[in-house]
Ligand binder design. Structure first.
Ligand code: AMP
Ligand code: ZN
Length: 481
């Protein structure tokens, strides 16, 4: 099988994947901060991590994938000056942080399920690791940290190559983060934030530096180390994390290991750091502060099947920016529907056939090469379409080839029906049963050559927002407009 090559953000190079532990792959993915619903841009990060995990499984590695849930410590401001996002939302809603965390974690999990993202080995919840965070912080405090009134700060000048992942300039200008009075270096960051005197936070714990809460970067260092051990294989996150969160995690990891500089990637805590690029949207609906922000639920309310969004993600390379538009989503849905129509033709074939048939060799070669080339899902999709278009072949073998490709792409093609992919807006005034009944009546009228009745039924449907699509090349019978 083709060797897997991945782009390492730390070296900015494509590198062969060489597991730290023979036959295993250990992956850590920075998870959501559960103070609000995830937007579909956030979900792109998990679709990407899922494709990575599926590829590693496909390549035969025994995968341990961890995704964390951040329920404390993530501030509204990168420069350690803002509020904790969780505390802020809890006070705005006058609810307990724990209830907020539970509600939004469940909402996130619903999106994970809807997008066919596989369950990781563990969802590690930050507040379950406070003891371990304190131990970690104590072990690096003397050599690498200093105390200010507001907390315990990490001195980035105490380790080599700080900021290499971001390619940041730390002296002056670019990459500068200051704000907190008394920092030794502009990029120093809080690893423990003390509760200000006279205040009471919902989430606070005792520590050698006073009551307070852990810094966000500390959480991921600790959960990565505890659950996967340093160095593990791959650390993932969105491209914004390449600038601050991950350089800070790396600095802590170097301090914890007593490791040297980053010309040896293992000193960073992980061999490979991978980052997905952003999903962008012109009108600002990706921002959680806007009223109607782009949640997966909004796509569902407008009648789109959630996997049309997964399809949209697969069409782009994870390292390129992807622009969201409703037209783009409709195009992805149509492409998925064409694929599903072809899959329906082989759905009755028995499963479990071998895939090594000469007719499919070029298709499988194309697929394996694409996916091994830094997860090129857009080419892998064309290999899937090539497989489905292959003529005069045994349906069982075709099914096996499609299943193999889909085990990586994760579209769940054999569980989808063409009718699932109809656009069904939540606010439609007519039900599907009513539409089907009208279509039956129209069919009978046409069979009896009563074209006046048939046209009347079409007009009635149009009044209720249903467009009849006679002779549609993609086989849609109707759509709600
Ligand atoms: P957060 O809940 O803010 O910590 O973000 C969860 C994940 O989504 C992180 O990996 C972010 O880097 C990633 N992310 C945030 N915005 C976007 C976006 N517009 N497109 C893709 N990934 C994003
Ligand atoms: Zn993280």
């Amino acid at each position: 099988m083709t060797d897997l090559k991945l782009f390492n953000s730390l070296t900015r190079e494509i590198e062969p994947f060489r597991p730290v532990h023979k036959g295993e792959a250990r992956v850590y993915t920075c998870g959501p901060t559960v103070y609000n619903y995830p937007h579909i841009g956030n979900m792109r990060a998990y679709v990407f991590a899922d494709i990575l995990g599926r590829t590693l499984s496909h390549k035969g590695y025994d995968l341990t994938h961890i995704i964390n849930i951040t329920d404390v410590g993530h501030l509204t401001d990168d420069a350690d000056a803002g509020e904790d996002k969780m505390e802020k939302m809890a006070s705005e809603k006058a609810q307990s942080i724990w209830d907020i965390a539970q509600h939004y974690t469940e909402a996130y999990w619903a999106d994970v399920k809807a997008l066919n993202i596989r369950q990781p080995a563990k969802w590690s919840v930050a507040t379950d690791y406070i003891e371990e965070m304190l131990e970690f912080a104590k072990s690096i405090a003397d050599k690498h940290c200093y105390e200010l009134e507001s907390g315990l700060y990490f001195d980035v000048s105490t380790i080599e190559d700080y900021g290499r992942l971001a390619r940041a300039v730390t002296e002056d200008g670019e990459g500068r983060i200051d704000t907190v009075e008394g920092k030794r270096n502009a990029a120093d960051f809080a690893i423990w934030r003390k509760t200000p005197v006279g205040e009471k936070r919902q989430m606070e714990w005792d520590s050698p530096w006073g009551k307070g809460a852990p810094g966000w970067h500390l959480e991921c260092s600790v959960m990565g180390e505890k659950l996967l051990g340093f160095p593990f294989d791959i650390h993932t996150g969105g491209i914004d994390h390449r600038e601050i969160h991950h350089p800070n995690e790396i600095a802590q990891n170097q301090a914890f290991c007593g490791c040297g500089g980053l010309s040896d990637a293992r000193n960073s805590g992980a061999n490979i750091w991978m980052h997905n690029n952003f999903l962008v949207e012109r009108s600002g609906k990706m921002s959680k502060s806007s009223g109607e922000f782009l949640r997966l639920q909004l796509l569902l309310d407008k009648g789109y099947h959630p996997l049309s969004y997964r399809m949209m993600c697969l069409q782009a390379h994870y390292r390129s920016e992807l622009e969201f538009s409703w037209d783009g989503l409709t195009a992805a849905l149509t492409r998925l529907k064409r694929i599903v129509m072809l899959v329906e033709r082989i759905a009755d074939a028995p499963s479990g056939a071998a895939t090594d048939h000469p007719k499919f060799a070029p298709v499988l070669e194309k697929f394996e090469t694409a996916i091994a080339d830094d997860l090129n899902t857009s080419i892998a999709l064309t290999a899937l379409e090539d497989a489905l278009a292959t003529k005069k072949v045994d349906a069982g073998i075709k099914r096996a080839v499609v299943e193999r490709i889909d085990s990586v792409l994760g579209l769940g093609l054999f569980e989808l029906a063409r009718t699932d992919l109809r656009i069904r807006p939540k606010d439609a005034v007519i039900t599907e049963e009513e539409i089907d009944a009208a279509f039956e009546r129209r069919k009978s009228a046409r069979a009896e050559k009563d074209f006046a009745a048939s046209d009347a039924i079409r007009d009635e449907l149009a009044e209720q927002g249903v467009e009849v699509m006679d002779g549609d090349p993609l086989g849609w019978e109707w759509r709600l407009s």
